[in-house]
Design a protein. Structure first.
Length: 247
């Protein structure tokens, strides 16, 4: 199984912090979001990672080269990062993971070391990490599940009252789940021409075609998605001090 980190976006909502620096490389507690993600993947036993880049990609490639990692690293460029969404970046990585399966991560998540082992240990062919809690609004990617914990509906449109919690942007697809995922991605990106939507739209199509995806509660593990300057400051203040130091 390979890690796939989607790091192509401009992160316009984090400006001016991202005017000259990719979001995943913003200084954070003596390290970076990307550095922590690489460390967490290695600690979870992965040996290969694919990083999809676009905006200021030379900085990301240089950072990984200079920092060093035990992970075998492949870079894929999204040349139209400014006009596409993360579904297209995932689509570009499809051949690299077609036979291996993947752990999919957005590059803007600050998360606890325990999250990946929890998700991988669920034993489901397809699973996503969910943070449960009452504070859900319009912006969160919310998850509605059935009685067995399988995802029924995923997206910002899910009413908070019906949601198990928030998808934090980390998913696992074992090799057995790859045909269903790739078919759903092809349906969205190729057949419908929708390169401008979130990859959760493909997950929803996969589920509606009969595919199963387990929602895994990460319990009290810390995880925060950083989309805005306010998110970044809150992560520095409230989350980072509770996590192990990285580099």
């Amino acid at each position: 199984m390979k890690g796939v980190i989607l790091a192509a976006g401009v992160a316009s909502r984090l400006r001016p912090l991202t005017d000259a620096t990719p979001k995943c490389l913003l200084p954070l507690g003596g390290g970076t979001l990307l550095g922590r993600t690489l460390d967490n993947l290695a600690a979870a036993g992965l040996r290969d990672v694919v990083i999809v880049t676009g905006y200021l990609e030379d900085q990301i490639r240089g950072y990984v080269r200079d920092r060093g990692t035990n992970l075998r690293t492949e870079f894929i460029t999204n040349p139209v990062y400014a006009s596409t969404n993360n579904i297209y970046s995932l689509w570009l990585a499809r051949e690299a993971v077609r036979d291996s399966g993947l752990v999919l991560l957005d590059s803007d998540i600050l998360f606890d070391l325990s999250v990946l082992p929890t998700l991988l240990g669920a034993g489901a062919p397809a699973a996503l990490a969910v943070k449960c809690g009452p504070e859900l609004g319009e912006e969160e990617i919310k998850v509605e599940v059935d009685a067995a914990g399988r995802v029924r509906t995923i997206g910002k449109h899910v009413p908070p009252a019906r949601a198990m919690g928030e998808s934090i942007g980390i998913e696992v697809f074992a090799p057995a789940a790859m045909p269903a995922l790739l078919a759903a991605l092809e349906g969205k990106v190729v057949a419908e021409g929708r390169r401008d939507v979130f990859y959760e739209a493909a997950f929803q199509d996969m589920i509606e075609r009969g595919g199963e995806m387990l929602a895994v509660d990460i319990g009290g593990a810390l995880a925060v998605e950083i989309d805005t300057v306010e998110d970044f400051r809150r992560a520095e203040r409230d989350v980072l001090p509770l996590l192990p130091r990285s580099h």
